[in-house]
Ligand binder design. Structure first.
Ligand code: FE
Length: 231
């Protein structure tokens, strides 16, 4: 398996490229519109054909590259069950599995940051946590039908129940981290470690964060798979 973590510095977004090198097929998770050229070049250099673009959720801070990549490669765009993106080829359900030959990508419903959010467990030993769980942090819950209690339940019941050795790959990082483990986050993530549900809700409801700069353009565009030309 090829597994690559790619970074967009403007939005601090991680995009993941996962590929089966025998079948020469790939999936991109959370591609960013401004990085489509980078991603296409890498796919070409590695002689991979893009089968799927997969979203963890409808993003508010950047425009997805999935519509553009679909147009240019013929890949299928997949979004979480219930995500308001009719443009997608497919909506993926909790526990549903995508295969790239022997590579297994399992969707794990982890709502709370948004009301439709999936984490993706890759081959059982690494998880793309989207904005549900960051390294020593978590996604905000104050817009897009986010809900702090729901996020607490998702993280503690669906992610922290994975083996401690499971590698954690988030959709964003703002402090220079790249990877963690479930065991490390259970111990050192101050949003969750030793914190009850009510205390987490209080904390999240008092963060008082500014709206993401691109929110007003990103959410409507992402409901159209990032196809900004039709807005
Ligand atoms: Fe997000």
């Amino acid at each position: 398996m090829l597994f690559r973590q790619l970074f967009d510095s403007e939005s601090s977004t991680y995009t993941y490229l996962i590929a089966n090198l025998t079948l020469k097929v790939a999936v991109l998770v959370d591609p960013v519109l401004e990085q489509v050229e980078r991603d296409l070049k890498l796919l070409k250099e590695l002689d991979l054909s893009l089968r799927y673009c997969l979203e963890t959720h409808i993003h508010a801070d950047h425009i997805t590259g999935s519509g553009k990549l679909r147009e240019l490669t013929g890949c299928l765009s997949i979004v979480p069950h219930n995500a308001a993106a009719d443009c997608a080829n497919r909506h993926i359900q909790d526990k549903e599995i995508l295969n790239l030959g022997n590579i297994v990508v399992e969707a794990i419903a982890t709502p709370g940051h948004t009301d439709s959010h999936m984490a993706y467990l890759i081959n059982g030993d690494r998880i793309l946590t989207g904005d549900a769980l960051f390294i020593r942090g978590c996604g905000r819950t104050d817009f897009q039908s986010g809900d702090a209690g729901t996020l607490y339940d998702s993280v503690t019941q669906r992610l922290f129940t994975l083996p401690d050795s499971t590698l954690v790959y988030p959709a964003h990082d703002y402090r220079g981290h790249t990877v963690s483990t479930i065991g490390e986050e259970k111990r050192w993530n101050s949003r969750f470690a030793g914190r009850e549900r009510a205390s987490f809700i209080r904390l999240m409801n008092n963060l008082d964060l500014p709206d993401p700069k691109k929110m007003m353009e990103a959410i409507p565009a992402n409901k159209l798979c990032g196809n900004v030309a039709t807005l």
